[in-house]
Design a protein around this ligand. Structure first.
Ligand SMILES: [Mg+2]
Length: 187
């Protein structure tokens, strides 16, 4: 019996916007996103986590506003009638709080779609419910959301282990279609 999903929560960094690429570029690393095979990308640039956040802080709001949008971001933001962007703006970079909203405003305006409602929290599991679906690239967020009673899909990216990260949307639809009855048919 498929589960009915009434609300979808879509992560921003790593799902809509290329946070990892922006960081690699910021520190002058020659690596690409596809070279990052673990959650802690700073391990690939010989920085500590604090050094990474220091660099991001020093870059200011433009670090967040200038990120590239993934080619599938538009599809994700136009597929679900009821959805929220649910993103963990870190207190380690206060500029993330405004920068992420500006990023959404910029791209949504470019695409001619309304800026979605945004929920900013690192504790996404607090929003878990049996009729909610979280789409997120962070394994621990997905795990906690499911544990708290929600439905969640690990969005395939090179730094997690959720299937083909070269075509994440195909994997996403493959995973949603058999088990979840979305209120609209996936493309
Ligand atoms: Mg993410």
């Amino acid at each position: 019996m498929p589960i009915t999903i009434n609300e979808v929560l879509i992560d921003q960094d790593g799902v809509l916007s290329s946070f990892v690429s922006a960081y690699l570029k910021l520190v002058g690393s020659p690596l690409q996103e596809s070279d990052i095979h673990g959650w802690h990308m700073e391990n690939y640039t010989n920085q500590t986590e604090e050094e990474m956040w220091q660099c991001i802080r020093e870059a200011g709001e433009s670090f967040w506003t200038d990120m590239e949008a993934y080619p599938w971001a538009y599809d994700l933001l136009t597929n679900f009638p009821t959805f929220y962007v649910c993103t963990a703006a870190s207190t380690k970079s206060p500029a993330a709080w405004t920068g992420k909203i500006r990023w959404l405003n910029t791209f949504c305006s470019l695409w001619g779609i309304p800026t979605p409602k945004v929920i900013m929290t690192a504790d996404k599991h607090l929003l878990a419910a049996p009729d909610r679906l979280l789409i997120d690239d962070k394994p621990s967020s997905v795990k906690q959301f499911i544990k708290a009673g929600g439905n969640a899909i690990l969005f395939p990216r090179p730094w997690n282990t959720s299937g083909d990260s070269s075509d994440p949307m195909a994997t996403l639809w493959k995973k949603t279609a058999p088990d979840l009855m979305l209120f609209c048919d996936p493309r």
